[in-house]
Design a protein around this ligand. Sequence first.
Ligand code: ADQ
Length: 490
Amino acid sequence: MNAGQSVGGTGGGAGEHDFVVVANRLPVDLVTANDGSTEWKASPGGLVSALSPILEARQGCWIGWPGVADAAPEPFHNDAGALLYPVTLSEYDFTAFYEGFSNATLWPLYHDLIVPPTYHREWWAAYRDVNTRFAEHAAVIAAPGATVWVQDYQLQLVPGILRQLRPDVRIGFFAHIPFPHPDIFRQLPWRHEIIRGLLGADVVGFQLVSDANHFIQLVDAGYGAAGHTVTGGTASLREITARITTPDSREVGVAAFPISLDSGSQAKRSAGDEHEIARLRADLGNPQVVFLGVDRLDYTKGIVERLQAFEELLEAGAFAPSDVSFVQLATPSRERIDHYRRTRSVVEETVGRINGRFSTLGHPVVHYQHTSVPKHTLQLYYQLADVMVVTPFKDGMNLVAKEYVACHDDGSGALVLSEFAGAAQELQQAVLCNPFDMESIKTAMVTAATGLREHPERMRERMQHMHEHVLEYDVARWAQTFLTSLDEFA
Ligand code: ADQ
């Protein structure tokens, strides 16, 4: 364990927790104010709202990085009574483990090589070290027979290391991002180690059945170690049918558990929202159609391409500039990594060019904000937007698409959605497009906008159908389904 960290203080004793979540980030961030004082700020997110009730009910513990290099705060209880257990990452860990191996090696590899992954042995060593640190903390905190739920691609070695340290605990792993086809995954110099790490879990969950099957195919082909047998055929949705038997006769269940959101809270409107939305629309110059994009600024999300599609539609006269607005909100993300900087610069150049060509004084056609907005503001934008444009080249799920649908309980609006977003498997009534094909994005944007005008009833039915699905399959159900499968399987 790192210096300065103990499970004492307000944190409770070691080995007491029956339910432990291990994630790269804590559900709160350590924020430093101008006067140098620090405070914890909740980071609202689907995972946090999904797991908080379970953490509370099970007196759980959440292990994660507090978001600041070299910070070593003591474990503490949050208002809901869960123990938050910070793991220290040094500046070097942040550079080599997080920015390097997690986000410049694994992220592009797992998103089908949209940009070339970088392979560095030092980054791999840092990834292994940091994963070992997380696993050691979990081993200290987990009670005998506890359930430990490990999250995402930054921590794929944790199940294997923890299994060795604590063979008594029940381990689940969930991958939030895609799991690539074996032909792509095989590039990774440390492919065996990663598969072995994941096989330390009792249940390995993915967003899509295809992701789960890629993993099964790799194990079946001998990656990880020889001697694993696969039974039950291909993976299933929300239930474990496919199993892997390890050489030491352990069973690992593999299935798809598509993640969702706290849909009920998204759908709720406050008094005064209508007025706010009308004001926003007036600020935009009361266009007939408001298009909206909301993303982390990431090259996987296809932001530039959707803006280019909009530009070509304006150029071709499909829309008059005075009739339409495109609002693009982009949260700053991974800003020190080269490809992210380049993507930001191309996005901003594209916004500038489109506005230079088609705006009039006081009425830009594209409204771009490089910032994170509060949850309620985001909901107002979702409600305002006539057409939501979600065009990732590859995405594990894409919660933005589901958030938009959750905010349209009246069936208004239309969703343009990439076939390559995991969400497209469930939201089949969206206007689907191929983000690699400019004509396909343009056609989808026109189909959505004209559909709202010419076939409002048909569009309403489609949106309502998707809305009901998102409300029924919410994030609480996702967590419950995963944990029930883990309880029954392990
Ligand atoms: P992300 O790649 O971050 O998540 P996504 O699922 O769309 O992608 O989640 C982004 C979240 O950030 C959404 O909740 C959205 O509301 C919020 N957000 C984006 N821009 C914002 C802005 N400007 N202001 C405020 N909030 C903003 C990864 C995977 C996804 C997977 C999720 C969950 O890449 O495929 O769906 O994890 O498993």
